[in-house]
Design a protein around this ligand. Sequence first.
Ligand SMILES: C[S@@+](CC[C@H](N)C(=O)[O-])C[C@H]1O[C@@H](n2cnc3c(N)ncnc32)[C@H](O)[C@@H]1O
Length: 302
Amino acid sequence: MLVEESLAALALEADGYYVDATFGRGGHTARILEALGGEGRVLAIDQDAEAIAAGRARFAHEVRLTLVHAPFAELATLVPAHSGGRPCRGVLFDLGVSSPQLDDPARGFSFRADGPLDMRMDATRGEPISAWLAHAGFDEIREVIATLGEERFARRIAAAIVNTRGEHPITRTRELAEICSRAVRTREPGKHPATRTFQALRMFVNDELGQLERGLVAAADVLSVGGRLVVITFHSLEDRLVKRFMQNASRVDPELARLPIIPESAEPRFRLVGRKTRPSDAERARNPRSRSAMLRVVERVR
Ligand SMILES: C[S@@+](CC[C@H](N)C(=O)[O-])C[C@H]1O[C@@H](n2cnc3c(N)ncnc32)[C@H](O)[C@@H]1O
C-alpha cells in the first residue's frame, strides 16, 4: 500500500541501513532491497511468526536482509543489536493487519468467514480475544468497543456479549459478527455492522496504540540525522496519534519557545516532510482496503 509514495518518502541511499518495522509479506522490503546496492541493509520486523517464516522462505538467499520476530515497540534494542553500529537512515511503519492475516479464517480477524475468535498478531503471547470476552466486565467491553471502534452501539453490543456468554462461551468469529448485526441499529453504507467491533477488539488484544506510541518514540531515537520516519496508518485513531507525535517532534517546546534565547535542547529534533498523502484514485480502485490509508513523514534534523 502506498508503496511508491513510501519509497520516495524514505529517500533511499544505496548503501543505507533501513528498518521495515512491519514486514508483513515483504512487499515494501522487496522494493527497498531492489533500490539498495550491495552494501545496503534492511532490518525487517514482524510480531507474526507466520510472516517471518514466509519471509525467511521468500528471501532465503538475501544476505542484505535480517528478519526478526518481535514487536516493533522493541526497536530501541533491536536496531543496535542488529545494525553493527551503522547509522539508521529510515524506519517504515505500514500499520494494521496484513492481507494473509485477514484472509485466513484460522487467525480469527475476519467477520466474513467463520473461525476461532483469536485476533492476536503474535499467537505466542497473551490470550485470544475470546478468553478476554469470557472474563472482562461489561463496562470494560463497552469502553473498548466505544473508544477503539468509535461505535455508537457499544453499550448494546457489550450487553449482548454479556448475555450470550451467560449461556455459552463465545468462541467463533461468526457468532460475534451475528451478535453485532443484531445489536447495531443503523447501517453505515458499505460497512458490515461488525466492522467497528472487530477493529476495536483487534486493536485492544494487540495493544496497537500502545505499541505504536512506543514504536514511534523508539524509531525517533534510533534514526540518524537526515534519517526519515515514514508511517502509513489505516484509521483515524492511529493517524491522530502519528500526527500529534510528528507535530510535537517538529516544533520547539511551547513552554521554552517564549524564552528570548531558545536552548539547543529545546530545538525540534525533526522537520515535517510534505503534507499527509493518501493513495491515488488508481490504487483505491485497485485495492479497496487502501481507502483509509494515510502516509506521514518526518526527517530527523538533530
Ligand atoms: C499492513 S501489514 C504490512 C504489509 C507489508 N508492508 C507488506 O508490504 O507486505 C502489517 C504487518 O505489521 C505487523 N505488525 C503490526 N503491529 C506490529 C507490532 N506492534 N510489532 C511488529 N509487527 C507488527 C503485522 O503482523 C502485519 O504483518
